[in-house]
Design a protein around this ligand. Structure first.
Ligand code: MN
Length: 287
């Protein structure tokens, strides 16, 4: 099932390429009890919501997909976990251009560890990436986004894929320079997730997906998720040793070679096999 948020607070599903408004299914969500934290309420109750979506679908209005604004398919993420240097050819391009990558890509993935992007940086594909540091270099990083479906701690790799609610296309937008990653990758709008969440049952093998990113029609990044150094199951095992994972937490699973600059006015197009495709604008902060 492909599930999205559109026009701020409407829940949708994509059926045969058409958007259906299934907001009526949200009534199965329990009232949120404060301060008990469960992560994203919809993701935490995804099975119940899916059943209700199936029930209301025959009466669900069709909406023109081209006319809506798609929000992040995770409405309230607790954290966005970044996986650095996880494709060998990206490691090589970073090592070959120390000036741009500021010499920080010298260790392997297990030495560098994971990083966190601020949850406030998350947007959907219909919002634009805003260049709040226009005098600095901003790069696109195309990544497969993994959305955690249940509370997870110290899970083994063999059981880790069972913790996944679904997948989405992720853009780990990044300012290059000397500051800590938690600043350079956490600016408002620097985490893009879309166009929708594809539930895990639709992706038979997440390590066999072609993915591609173009900027203004020019191909920049193209790879297959089989090229990851640390596979998704291992990433979840590793991450769950440090962080308790909650429903709606997002793992950006690393980028491949071909990262490059974007400037105001650019149009990024990203697609991942089995997930979908999305266009994302780049604008100046004040536009
Ligand atoms: Mn990245």
């Amino acid at each position: 099932m492909k599930i999205c948020w559109f026009n701020e607070d409407r829940l949708g599903v994509i059926v045969d390429g058409a958007l259906r408004d299934v907001s009526a299914a949200l009534t199965v969500l329990p009232a949120r009890s404060y301060p008990a934290y469960v992560g994203d309420l919809l993701i935490a109750h995804l099975d119940a919501v899916r059943s209700e979506i199936e029930r209301v679908l025959p009466q669900a209005p069709v909406v023109d997909l081209q006319s809506v604004r798609l929000g992040s398919p995770v409405a309230q993420t607790g954290k966005i976990i970044g996986v650095p240097v996880n494709y060998q050819k990206h490691v090589e391009e970073a090592n070959a251009d120390v000036a741009t990558f500021t010499g920080r890509y010298t260790g392997g993935i297990l030495e560098q560890g994971l990083f966190i992007k601020a949850s406030s940086s998350l947007i959907g594909c219909s919002e634009a990436v805003r260049l709040t540091m226009p005098d600095r270099l901003t790069h696109h990083e195309l990544e497969l986004g993994v959305i955690i479906g249940k509370k997870t701690r110290n899970v083994s790799a063999s059981e880790a894929l069972g913790c996944i609610a679904g997948y989405a296309i992720a853009l780990d937008m990044t300012v290059r320079g000397p500051e800590d990653r938690s600043l350079r990758k956490s600016l408002d709008t620097y985490s893009v997730l879309g166009p929708w969440l594809v539930t895990a049952d639709e992706i038979a093998d997440p390590q066999a997906l072609n993915m591609k990113l173009t900027v203004n029609g020019e191909t920049r990044q193209e790879t297959n998720t089989s090229q990851m150094i640390l596979y998704i199951a291992e990433q979840i095992e590793w991450a769950s040793r440090f962080y308790t994972l909650y429903p709606g937490d997002i793992i950006m699973t690393g980028t491949c070679e071909g990262v490059g600059p974007v400037v105001a006015g650019d149009l990024m197009h990203a697609e991942i096999e089995g997930v979908g495709a999305m266009d994302v604008r780049v604008l100046s902060a004040e536009a």
